[in-house]
Design a protein around this ligand. Structure first.
Ligand code: OAD
Length: 272
């Protein structure tokens, strides 16, 4: 066993004594709920529950590429609610940036499309946005890029944008990965990172969407996996070196920062 026991104190010791220098972090929507962005699957507050009012055939179809071709409006309505620019990073986002500042972050894999990791200061080359992001957009037919400023206007008006090429006029979609689409090449290029990690942190994800969820099982046996989540997810907890920190991830991260002696630095960085 790598850890003395299954506690955050032992995880902090491992980091402090240099036993964890290639940390891989995997995250999902729960990382951003404290920033005011709803997650997908939480009962009552999750987006999928609240999409019921749109009379969709099923909630996930809002991210389904074939459904989008027929009816892009529900997605555009949702995009208006989620569009980056109105939200600030949480202390958990900043903790990941702090790991990067200390040279301990090997890679962050996020399913989030809110870009808050970048805003928090995690360097771009350490982030794999596995489900894409709102940063760019293109026509779903001819793939021609569409300008950012105009996209913002379309999203604010809830009016689907059409391709800039008059002979095409296909629908424009932000470069977020829909069901039925390939994940970005960066995901596949970096997919082996968890296998060479010496510590895996899992924050705010239900680990219910593949292939992303498979990252959590790729950590080598004996490599501690720490879960900061409201509920137990995936198979985290089943290995001897797994540590469960159940509850809201910001409290968990603050606890770990306390154990590391990084708490003041973290709070300072978050305030700035
Ligand atoms: P989910 O909504 O499926 O899961 C969020 C998880 O975070 C749940 O386990 C919550 O209990 C937990 N949670 C919520 N708030 C939390 C908090 N403050 N602290 C700790 N835990 C919290 O979201 P994802 O796992 O990100 O795909 O969903 C994965 C993918 O499903 C998304 O990327 C999206 C969706 O369909 C696409 O858009 C393609």
């Amino acid at each position: 066993q790598t850890l003395k026991d299954r506690s955050l104190t032992s995880v902090a010791e491992l980091i402090k004594n240099g036993g964890a220098r290639r940390i891989v972090v995997i995250t999902g929507a729960g990382l951003s709920t404290a920033a005011g962005i709803p997650d997908f699957r939480s009962p009552k507050t999750g987006l999928y529950h609240n999409l019921a009012r749109l009379n969709l055939p099923y909630a996930e179809c809002v991210f389904d590429i074939s459904y989008f071709r027929e009816n892009p409006l529900p997605f555009y309505m949702l995009a208006k609610e989620l569009y980056p620019g109105k939200f600030s990073p949480t202390i958990s986002h900043v903790f990941i940036a702090l790991l990067a500042n200390k040279g301990l972050l090997r890679m962050l894999f996020t399913q989030n499309i809110d870009c808050l990791e970048r805003v928090a200061g995690v360097p771009g080359h350490r982030i794999v946005e596995a489900h894409g992001s709102f940063a760019t957009q293109r026509c779903i037919d001819c793939m021609t890029e569409f300008p950012d400023k105009e996209m913002r206007e379309h999203i604010e008006r809830g009016a689907p944008a059409l391709c800039v090429r008059p002979e095409c006029r296909g629908l424009v979609k932000p470069d977020i990965v829909f069901f039925g689409e390939q994940l970005p090449s960066a995901f596949f290029e970096n997919r082996s990172a968890p296998a060479s990690a010496d510590l895996l942190l899992v924050l705010g994800t239900s680990l219910s969407v593949q292939p992303f969820a498979s990252l959590s099982i790729m950590a080598a046996e004996g490599v501690p996996r720490v879960l900061f989540n409201k509920e137990k997810v995936g198979d985290v907890g089943s290995r001897a070196d797994d540590v469960l920190c159940l509850g809201d991830c910001d409290s968990g991260v603050r606890k770990l920062a306390d154990e590391l002696g990084w708490r003041d630095e973290l709070e300072q960085m978050w305030r700035d």
